[in-house]
Design a protein around this ligand. Structure first.
Ligand SMILES: [Zn+2]
Length: 252
């Protein structure tokens, strides 16, 4: 194993390590998630400096360490600065970063997911409806990770569920919808409003074009987001903290 290695990656999490250092979780294209130390990054003279901010995309050199690797150099590929100009866009991007960090194992390359994540950050910067971009990404991510979310028929009785059916639930432990009869007595079911179910179906089947075509109001997207967010927390077996910030802010 060589001493040092190169990768391209996006910073998806960081926390302080002593006075001047930070541990950064970098989602890299070549090595999956890498947890590494950015030494002296909080000093004004640091050469890493702003490139270690969250959501910044860099070409990096790492040196292997005993427990954590060390970030030697970083060159900006893309800063995604546009995300910082709008609270909603930034909140959705940080939420997606937390989801990726929660679901992907460390050190396991996922180049398709990486490319999807980077192109989603670019869309969040520019497209009109960040809440739809975020939902679209989450559905793509679930498919890429092998979670076949059931949105067509009831998981209990297998009967197809009509788009306008009220009382439909989403069972978190199954990742599937259940009809009003079958959801009875199941503990981990979230209400999924008809418009929110229709929206998720459109986003899954409509491709990127759906992001432009859909006219459902933000509240419908947030209803779907609330359910999907709880599903991700179930999969990650931990709270997705930025979901609450996202939903509180977007509800204003
Ligand atoms: Zn049923």
């Amino acid at each position: 194993m060589s001493e040092s290695y190169a990768a391209q990656g996006v910073n998806i999490r960081h926390h302080a390590l002593g006075e001047a250092d930070r541990i950064i979780s970098v989602f890299t294209r070549e090595h999956g998630i890498v947890r590494a130390v950015a030494k002296g990054v909080k000093k004004p003279t640091s050469r890493l400096g702003g490139r270690m901010e969250l959501l910044h995309c860099n070409t990096l050199m790492f040196r292997r360490g005993r427990s954590l690797d060390i970030i030697l150099t970083a060159e900006t590929v893309r800063s995604f600065g546009g995300l910082r100009l709008d609270f909603d866009r930034l909140a959705f991007a940080l939420y997606l970063a937390e989801v990726v960090n929660g679901l992907l194992p460390v050190g396991h390359p996922q180049p398709v997911v990486y490319d999807l994540f980077v192109s989603t950050l670019a869309m969040l910067e520019t497209l009109e409806r960040p809440e739809l971009v975020a939902l679209w990404f989450q559905l793509q991510l679930l498919t890429e990770l092998g979670h076949h979310v059931g949105l067509t028929a009831c998981h209990g009785c297998q009967r197809p569920i009509e788009p306008q059916r009220h009382g439909v639930g989403f069972q978190l432990s199954l990742g599937a919808i259940v009809c009003p009869d079958c959801r009875f007595g199941r503990p981990d079911v979230r209400e999924l409003m008809p418009a929110a179910l229709t929206l998720l179906r459109q986003l899954r089947h409509g491709g990127i074009q759906a992001l432009v075509d859909i006219t459902e109001p933000v509240t419908v997207a947030l209803g779907a987001q609330r359910v999907l967010g709880d599903y991700f927390a179930t999969l990650a077996e931990r709270e997705i903290k930025s979901l609450r910030i996202l939903l509180d802010q977007a509800a204003v």
